[in-house]
Design a protein around this ligand. Structure first.
Ligand code: NAD
Length: 441
């Protein structure tokens, strides 16, 4: 049993703290948001992550998981403090490090004994050294500490499973002793531990996310070519994915990546490259293609409703950036809603769990009660998020209540032939349009 503090109770901090508590450690999570901490102290998770709330309550009851806004209290006995605060995009695409700076300063002020500061936030290469400087300069009196980079690779929607079953744990530090202690902390996970230097650990995180984003943009570029040439991208991806050199993951054509990581991390890596005089042509193409997929949706909707979106009722199925999360940061649905409204469309949306967040961030989006309410009187539906509950809808019922039975499937969740047989005008990403509308080639 070790004593841990975790700064930041967002998607990463809360999962990290709760999982470490579940492994038997004594964990205190800190956040500057009094509202979040008050909810957590009542045993309520402020975010939606499958299984998280139950795990929080279980570990609180066992006396291993605590929540506070007070760094002094959290660091009292802590041997390790994880920094898990947000690193959003700055004005020029760079990672905004203001929250990391604040957390590092707070740690320095609260420190009464030697601790290991572990950076889990995704931060530009070199930030570990910068954090060490901040801690050193902010300490009221010198106390020994070490900085370790241990980037997070979990996915929202399966964060607990990913945390407990990682493909690898990456640990980078200038201090071999501190790195070894952090490695010990992760031993119960029985996984491969990659020990490296600080900067390399930070780069592994960016390179991994940029590579996954590249796979998504790659298959989306292929998808658009498939549409022109009459090939089916779903089968192309399947045919590619069996090749072990390629792998089947992240080859799903669709509206592109979103969320709190890929968009900002690819931009931040592009920014790092530019600032240091290199020309990140591939990263720029990845970003461009991703943006184009939002336009793909608007273009297809416009064409299918007769050339003009003005006055057309469009329903967005799914608002979260991906299924099993309520995270709407950089969600394709919300960007598309904005683009559709710019052309005069009347846009509604429905999502199983993200509507509370959407009502705060986009008050102009009418929220439907369910998929059928969304379809009622709609001129077209756009599938934005591949939630399971959309896969088994009563499609004949959907068809009967829409003003025009038009479906643009931005996540390829329906069968072309079935949709066509039911009488829908149906388009999916990377699957021949003329064919699906029954016109032949
Ligand atoms: P988030 O926005 O959900 O949570 C950040 C939390 O930090 C907020 O609750 C905020 O109130 C709190 N905070 C801000 N300043 C603070 C301070 N000084 N002290 C204590 N708390 C403070 O962010 P997130 O999605 O959990 O991401 C955190 C980091 O992890 C980011 O760098 C992100 O890129 C990275 N990451 C995220 C994911 C993911 O799936 N979300 C996965 C891997 C890595």
């Amino acid at each position: 049993m070790r004593n841990l503090a975790v700064a930041g109770t967002g998607y990463v901090g809360l999962s990290t703290g709760t999982c470490f508590a579940d492994m038997g450690n004594n964990v205190t999570c800190i956040d500057i948001s009094e509202e979040k901490i008050a909810m957590l102290q009542r045993g309520e998770a402020p975010i939606y992550e499958p299984g998280l709330n139950e795990m929080i309550v279980r570990n609180m009851k066992a006396g291993r998981l605590h929540f506070t806004t007070n760094y002094d209290e959290a660091l009292q006995d802590a041997e390790f403090v994880f920094i898990c605060v947000g690193t959003p995009s700055g004005v020029d695409g760079e990672a905004d490090l203001q929250y990391v700076r604040m957390a590092a300063e707070s740690v320095a002020h609260a420190m009464t004994h030697s601790v290991i500061v572990i950076n889990k936030s995704t931060v530009p290469v070199g930030t570990g050294d910068w954090v060490a400087d901040i801690v050193r300069r902010s300490q009221p009196e010198p106390i020994d500490f070490a900085v370790v980079s241990c980037p997070e690779f979990t996915r929202e929607g399966s964060a607990l499973h990913d945390f407990m079953n990682p493909d690898r744990v990456v640990i980078g530090s200038r201090s071999a002793e501190a790195a070894e202690k952090v490695a010990q902390l992760h031993l119960p996970l029985r996984t491969r531990i990659i020990m490296t230097d600080l900067r390399t650990a930070e780069m592994i995180k960016y390179a991994s996310n940029a590579f996954l984003a590249t796979k998504i943009s790659f298959i989306n570029e292929i998808a658009v070519i498939c549409e022109k040439l009459g090939a089916d991208v779903e089968e192309v991806a399947e045919g590619m994915g069996f090749d072990r050199r390629i792998g089947a993951h992240f080859l799903s054509a669709g509206l592109g990546y979103g969320g709190s990581c890929f968009p900002k991390d690819v931009k931040a890596l592009e920014h790092m490259a530019l600032v240091h005089g290199s020309h990140p042509a591939l990263l720029r193409a990845v970003i461009d293609i991703n943006r184009d997929m939002r336009r793909w949706a608007v273009y297809n909707l416009r064409e299918m409703v007769g050339g003009k979106l003005d006055g057309k009722k469009i329903g967005l199925m799914g608002l979260a950036f991906k299924p099993n999360t309520d995270d709407i940061r950089e969600a394709p649905a919300l960007e598309i809603a904005h683009m559709l409204r710019n052309e005069g469309a009347l846009v509604s949306g429905y999502d199983p769990v993200a509507m509370r967040n959407v009502s705060r961030s986009d008050p102009y989006l009418r929220l439907a009660e369910d998929a059928y309410d969304l379809a009622d009187g709609a001129d077209a539906l756009l599938v934005c998020t591949e939630w399971n509950e959309f896969k088994q809808l009563d499609l004949p019922r959907l068809h009967s209540i829409m003003r025009q039975p038009i479906v643009v499937d931005g996540r390829n969740i329906y069968e072309l032939e079935r949709m066509r047989a039911l009488g829908f005008a149906y388009r999916a990403v990377g699957r021949s349009h003329s064919d699906s509308e029954g016109n032949g080639v």
